[in-house]
Ligand binder design. Sequence first.
Ligand code: HEC
Ligand code: HEC
Ligand code: HEC
Ligand code: HEC
Length: 172
Amino acid sequence: MGHARHFVRLFGLVAIVVIAFLGARAQVVPKDFGTQGPFRASAIPEAAKREPRHLGSEACSDCHAKINDAWAKGKHHTPQCENCHGPGLLHVKVMSEDSVDAYPDQIKKNPKALRVTSGIQECEWCHLKTFERPSTLKSIKNVERHIIETGGKYTAASKCTDCHNPHTTVVK
Ligand code: HEC
Ligand code: HEC
Ligand code: HEC
Ligand code: HEC
């Protein structure tokens, strides 16, 4: 029966670990976690208070009237400016001021504060044929073949914007 002591110690140790875990968990899990689902209930009002980073194409029209006009009248008015250029909140803030001195280094290095377009990646997001895309959206099956079939010369540096105006889709 001398071996029973080993089990008592083992169970004692397990009990200490379990109690320590439950204690630590009670300390670090926020009080409102799980009241509405597997998340912090106060995360909802917190997220709702944040300033939206996407502004919509209308917010670009004052300063970029010519592009906005061409875009609105053309075949490409479904994708919004920010679909390709990224969220505009910081760009508009920075461009409305005289200097970027008050901004962090990131903005000083990229004073337009926008995503850099590649002229090919943005186009592939929507126009490269996949099973999921609606068949009504005109698409290309293969970049190289499309460029060759339309009379271009394909190289590693080829871009869709070599031929298409991105704002109207019209071939230059
Ligand atoms: C307060 C005026 C203002 C507003 C509003 C504004 N822009 Fe600009 N934007 C500028 C200025 C000034 C430039 C720099 C001059 C230029 O390249 O035309 C610029 C440049 C750009 C460029 C060229 C970036 C580059 O790297 O050369 C893009 C793209 C752009 N804006 C997109 C947008 C989009 C999208 C919006 C709407 C979310 C927008 N802008 C709203 C003033 C504005
Ligand atoms: C389908 C993607 C797409 C959409 C939508 C789009 N752009 Fe662009 N835009 C581009 C690309 C790509 C370039 C770079 C053009 C190049 O390199 O020839 C560009 C260039 C620009 C430039 C700088 C060069 C120039 O032509 O003066 C501005 C400013 C700009 N866009 C503003 C806008 C605004 C404002 C809207 C919405 C009304 C918009 N863009 C919508 C893809 C887009
Ligand atoms: C966010 C999705 C989206 C992105 C990104 C996008 N497009 Fe489009 N594009 C569309 C939609 C939607 C249409 C169809 C417009 C309609 O019929 O309302 C279209 C239409 C076109 C057309 C066909 C116009 C016609 O003849 O009917 C061409 C060409 C085109 N886009 C080229 C481009 C190029 C080049 C780029 C990259 C600079 C690009 N697109 C990026 C969504 C996108
Ligand atoms: C060498 C020039 C050239 C390049 C580069 C190019 N295109 Fe085109 N594309 C054309 C021509 C020409 C047409 C047919 C003209 C038209 O109907 O407007 C066309 C038509 C299209 C169409 C409409 C297809 C249809 O079924 O009617 C789409 C979508 C398109 N291009 C997307 C792209 C995308 C995305 C890229 C970049 C991966 C690209 N193009 C690069 C010249 C080019």
